[in-house]
Design a binder for this molecule. Structure first.
Ligand code: ZN
Length: 138
């Protein structure tokens, strides 16, 4: 893939340097049968250094997951070689299916089919709590 010219795909830009790999893994990009480029420590005028992920396929991505890992990132949707959408991210209020509750007695741990849902309870400190048992994430 020519990483400079994606015709149809997604570019996750302005990732805090060092977080690109974590995003890559959490998004499951390694398991996909598409061209993906992870660029580490790219020079950025605004940030000094940043990571970039380029995906050469029009995939539906979990935007909440990206916002959770790195709320400063931007997601650019490329179609026919043109930037058609630029999404500024933020910490999502609700996380669905992104992180798991650590409480072994939580109903979401015992009932496997129950969706893992966390609610943002402190935006400044980035605290999420399980909606079932209120256990803190991380
Ligand atoms: Zn829980």
């Amino acid at each position: 893939m020519n990483i400079d010219s994606i015709r149809n795909g997604v570019v996750i830009d302005h990732i805090t340097a060092g977080r690109g790999m974590r995003l890559y893994e959490l998004l499951g990009l390694g398991e996909l049968d598409v061209s993906v480029a992870l660029i580490k420590n790219a020079v950025s005028r605004k940030m000094g250094k940043k990571d970039i992920i380029k995906i050469d396929a029009a995939l539906p991505l979990n935007i909440d997951l990206i916002g959770y890992v790195d709320p400063g990132a931007t997601v650019n949707i490329i179609r026919d070689g043109q930037l058609v959408e630029k999404k500024e991210l933020h910490l999502p209020e609700i996380l669905r299916g992104v992180i798991r509750c650590k409480n072994p007695r939580c109903i979401s741990s015992t009932e496997q089919e129950l969706e893992q849902v966390f609610k943002l309870t402190d935006r400044e400190k980035k605290v999420y709590r399980c909606i079932y048992c209120e256990t803190k994430a991380n």
